[in-house]
Design a protein around this ligand. Structure first.
Ligand SMILES: *Cc1c(COP(=O)(O)O)cnc(C)c1O
Length: 366
């Protein structure tokens, strides 16, 4: 592929931090970068506690388990989602319940949630999709009236804010991903964040094989736990990336606006930034307006022929074998067939963006 769809921005700084952690981050220093990364990340988000994990999937599993979610429980999430948001619900023995999405932000539709709440609903997961902000006020209002916590999946939303507050800091907790495709990377990695001291304590205990962090008995588990840890070397890369975050986010905005300018005038909607919000623009996405005939797979084949690795929008999870269920989510089920993701990695050149846009323009003007 001449133009990949995602690739991290790695400089000498990340390499030197990783080398330093590899040389001396052992023994009594084996948590140094992890603690620095957690502290720096919590500060960036504007939240009290942050706990580094092996992935966002791990962070989500820990938080659902810490909230006591298990067999017989239901968790509501958007039908359009990455599969990682739903799998942990199944693994804990609970049932994912798929809500429809809004046509402009592509995030969970609060009105759809209202119809799906039962006396078994234990949590709502609010995914800020492709950097677009959820209607978090509405979601919190639905949850707080009924004692249902809102978990924010902010894996794609570093840099996204609502009324000046970072995505991931509104719900009972938030989870982030540092996978190699995300805006800030540690290769693989994730973060759990919360202001709730008791929930933080539970998550830390579960991620230590169920050992009580303040317990006195060595190698003693109080409950069956998990282990989704981040290594000190990954955290060192994370510290370097965090210090470059303003630059990484500025570049994502530049890329989005470069696409938006060049695709202006075509029958497309792109990632939206409602008043009072900032979109982190993790990945530039385009949705062809309804009413215009569009064959997504043919466009993707044309990208491929030009060496461009563009991607499909997320599928509705309700269509996939592990989650297959009959739902009435008309927006989600129409949207994904009209949408595609454009290469948005930091180092893409103006010429690369122009090449991608030419394929889109040619395709849509036929
Ligand atoms: C990437 C992603 C995840 C999973 O992150 P990992 O770190 O790969 O586990 C979860 N949810 C969403 C919305 C994502 O984009």
């Amino acid at each position: 592929m001449q133009i990949p769809y995602a690739k991290p921005s790695i400089t000498d700084l990340e390499c030197s931090y990783a080398a330093e952690a590899c040389r001396s981050g052992w023994g009594s220093e084996c948590y140094t970068y992890i603690s620095l990364f957690e502290k720096g990340f919590a500060e960036h988000i504007g939240i009290r506690y942050a706990h580094a994990t092996s992935s966002c999937t791990g962070a989500l599993t820990l938080c659902l388990a810490a909230l006591g979610i298990g067999p017989g429980d239901e968790v509501i999430l958007a039908d359009i989602n990455w599969v990682a948001t739903a799998s942990p619900i199944l693994h804990l023995g609970a049932r994912p319940v798929f809500a429809d999405v809004l046509p402009d932000t592509w995030c969970i539709d609060p009105a759809s949630i209202e119809r799906l709440i039962t006396d078994r609903t234990r949590a709502i997961i609010a995914t800020h999709l492709y950097g677009s902000p959820c209607d978090i006020e509405a979601l919190l209002a639905i949850g707080s009236g009924r004692g249902i916590p809102v978990i924010e999946d902010a894996a794609e939303a570093i840099g996204t804010s609502i009324d000046g507050r970072a995505a991931g800091s509104f719900g009972i907790c938030g989870v982030f991903s540092f996978h190699g495709t995300k805006t800030l990377t540690t290769g693989e990695g994730g973060m759990f964040v919360t202001d709730d001291a008791a929930l933080m304590e539970k998550v830390e205990m579960l991620n230590k094989h169920g050992q009580n962090p303040s317990g006195t008995k060595q190698f003693w588990a109080e409950v069956a736990g998990y282990k989704f840890k981040m290594s000190n070397i990954q955290a060192a890369i994370g510290c370097a990336q965090l210090s470059r975050l303003p630059e990484l986010l500025a570049r994502k905005r530049e890329i989005f606006h470069a696409y938006a300018e060049r695709l202006d005038g075509l029958p497309l909607a792109m990632n939206c930034e409602p008043p009072g919000t900032v979109n982190g623009y993790w990945m530039t996405t385009a949705v062809v307006k309804e009413g215009r005939p569009f064959d997504r797979d043919r466009l993707l084949a044309e990208f491929l022929a030009k060496g461009i690795d563009a991607r499909v929008f997320f599928w509705p999870l309700s269509l996939m074998p592990p989650f297959k269920t009959r739902v009435v989510n008309p927006v989600a089920h129409a949207l994904h067939l009209r949408a595609f993701n454009l290469p948005s990695y930091h180092d893409i050149t103006h010429q690369g963006i122009e090449t991608v846009c030419r394929v889109v323009r040619d395709f849509l003007s036929r």
